[in-house]
Ligand binder design. Structure first.
Ligand code: CAA
Length: 384
């Protein structure tokens, strides 16, 4: 029985920062951002959006009545959630008009948690093929103004419906995975911005990919020529190239060209949005499905998921018949095309207003009352 991604949807806010403008403002050469790191634009999140609204918008774009009737589990992966106790999935369940008779849970392990959610969904549907699971991966990546990580910020959400007889791709049972306690990236509970040892994180990512690729080959006997393309977690687009370059020599020359071309296809959307943390690897997959011109049903793609701290997983998926008919390329392109550019000054103002320190009244009665009123507003369903 095939289980996998039946639908996939994407959402990013309507505001975007041009990274050449940011480079000028920071006194950097624009080519460092656009070529050296491989990012052109970055999503800017306005004050009335968060991981819940982004995740709900991503899901809203793909759910049918048939899905709503069959979904009895909502898995919400995020590392930038809105509450330290209540799951973002509970809000999503309500805002999406899903059945109350469903399980809801939030998962956290940096950028990796979306993959854990997907695998849990796959296993659950294997046991209950008539049911479906909604997996949402939604995040706001914040490092701080004028920090080295600033150019790799971003935001957005991916939503996926996991089902039997999936329309887009089947998830194969060939995962290899690993976890290791590494201090490459973390976010203490009193901070909105992540702390990161950027160069260490890049090295750990590369090393875990290489280790898992070798383990995967041993376990499955697959070689690089078996894959039509790779979808990598893309904190910045150059990261995927750094990882793949380590093993590229194992492919035939024709295959090297194909993998490089399809790596470029997988980077198109991330280059315009930035890092989505949990959703990033699935935005890369969506981009690959949307922009590769040579994919054929029955072929396999490799997926590499990495989350700092650190945990990684490598697995393959198989393209289903007529998969291209169900890839929302037109919708995704339209979403990106309609965004409004914000200036560096506007971006900085929005960014500053979202830091904990800016909520100076958060611990006063007035601040608490405002937060309660906002919360009750959500309860009343006004949040959509
Ligand atoms: N023209 C072209 N290229 C240029 C250039 C120019 N004028 N100037 C510099 N470059 C190149 C550099 O040669 C370098 O290329 P290589 O990496 O191929 O050597 C690249 O631009 C970046 O330059 P630096 O290494 O000097 O950049 P930096 O020190 O300012 O930081 C960074 C880069 C470490 C990625 C930083 O942006 C960062 O910390 N980002 C956040 C952490 C991150 O994304 N880590 C990724 C792995 S962790 C992960 O995947 C989980 C997650 O989502 C966070």
């Amino acid at each position: 029985m095939k289980i996998g991604i039946d639908k996939i949807g994407f959402y990013t806010p309507n505001y975007v920062l041009d990274l050449t403008a940011l480079a000028h403002a920071r006194g950097d050469e624009p080519e460092k951002y656009t070529l050296g790191i491989g990012q052109s634009q970055q999503a800017v999140v306005p004050n009335d959006e968060d991981v819940v609204t982004m995740g709900v918008n991503a899901a809203q774009s793909i759910l049918t009545d048939e899905d709503r009737a069959a979904i009895d589990m909502v898995i919400f992966a995020t590392e930038s959630g809105i509450d330290n106790s209540k799951s973002a999935a509970v809000y999503a369940q309500k805002l999406l008009n899903l059945s109350e008779f469903s399980r809801t849970i939030e998962l956290k392990q940096a950028c990796y948690a979306g993959t854990f959610g997907l695998m849990q969904a796959r296993d659950y549907v294997t046991l209950h093929p008539e049911r479906r699971v909604l997996v949402i991966a939604s995040d706001i990546a914040r490092y701080g103004l004028a920090t080295p990580g600033e150019v790799t910020q971003g935001a957005g959400a991916i939503a996926m419906v996991v089902a039997s007889a999936p329309k887009i791709l089947a998830i194969n049972s060939d995962s290899v995975y690993m976890s290791r306690d590494v201090a490459d990236f973390w976010r203490p509970v009193d901070r909105e911005e992540a702390l990161v040892d950027g160069h260490l994180s890049t090295d750990v990512y590369k090393e875990m990919f290489l280790t898992l690729w070798q383990r995967y080959q041993k376990a499955t006997q697959h070689v690089l020529d078996d894959f039509a393309g790779f979808a990598f977690h893309l904190p910045y687009t150059k990261m995927g190239k750094k990882a793949l370059d380590q093993i590229m020599a194992e492919a035939t020359p024709v295959q090297q060209t194909r993998l490089a071309t399809n790596l470029t296809a997988s980077q198109v959307y991330s280059r315009q949005v930035g890092n989505l943390y949990t959703g990033s690897v699935y935005l890369s997959l969506l981009s690959l499905l949307s922009h590769a011109t040579d994919l054929v049903a029955g072929e396999d793609l490799a997926v590499f998921s990495y989350g700092s701290g650190a945990e990684a997983e490598l697995y393959s998926v198989t393209l289903q018949d007529n998969f291209a008919d169900y890839v929302p390329k037109t919708m995704t392109d339209a979403l990106l095309a309609k965004r409004q550019l914000v200036s560096v000054t506007e971006y900085e103002k929005i960014f500053q207003s979202q830091l904990y320190d800016s909520h100076v009244d958060a611990h006063t009665q007035a601040g608490a009352d405002a937060k309660t009123a906002q919360f009750l507003g959500w309860q009343g369903g006004e949040r959509q």
